[in-house]
Design a protein around this ligand. Structure first.
Ligand code: ATP
Ligand code: MG
Length: 173
């Protein structure tokens, strides 16, 4: 892993743009891109976002919104990726991050290996992050993940220097 400080909001903006470019079938909304520095592997974290976003595209009908949001909670940044698609039954949720795990009925309708979420959770673990899901079948899913802020910024926050720009809506649609 190539751990470097980088601008997290830039990563969010680029991931949203990339998804719009690849999937004009959905309306990608970036509500707020937290203006923080993360100490991490930019390329791998981009892969994480793209896994969540490509799942949101794959497992929700054309024309639906995909909503990306991010905010700071304590010394973490939290990101959510919400879709209005097929959702996930509660019995599957705990297993979703297992290698090769796919929900049977979806596996038949959509192509995939069942690796995206496994890889994403491994990358997030290596960054000291966490991942969790809220979902309702036939309504949609929200995937959340957290990442620790870069140490320098945490220091600033402790000293009371603001590090996030007040949430101007960053909707580039
Ligand atoms: P790939 O390896 O190409 O990513 P995949 O999308 O099937 O294949 P994962 O991304 O790991 O694999 O997802 C695992 C399973 O979790 C999927 O097969 C699907 O059943 C379920 N899943 C993932 N994201 C969503 C979502 N946004 N909505 C509903 N089900 C989802
Ligand atoms: Mg996937």
């Amino acid at each position: 892993y190539d751990m470097q400080p980088f601008s997290f909001n830039k990563l969010l903006v680029e991931s949203a743009e990339n998804t719009r470019y690849l999937s004009s079938s959905h309306e990608v909304v970036l509500k707020n891109a937290a203006d923080v520095q993360i100490l991490g592997d930019n390329v791998r974290l981009e892969q994480v976002l793209n896994n969540f976003l490509s799942n949101a595209v794959k497992y929700s009908p054309k024309g639906k919104q995909i909503i990306i949001d991010s905010w700071i909670e304590g010394q973490q940044v939290i990101v959510s990726v919400q879709d209005f698609g097929i959702g996930i039954a509660p019995s599957h949720i705990d297993k979703l991050f297992d290698r090769y795990y796919r929900v049977d009925n979806t596996a038949m309708r959509f192509e995939g290996l069942g690796l995206g979420l496994f890889i994403s959770s491994e990358i997030l673990k290596r960054h000291g992050g966490k991942v969790w899901i809220e979902s309702e079948q036939d309504k949609g899913s929200t995937f959340y993940f957290s990442l620790p802020l870069a140490p320098e910024q945490v220091e600033h926050r402790v000293k009371g220097i603001p590090v996030n720009v007040p949430s101007a809506e960053t909707d580039l649609a």
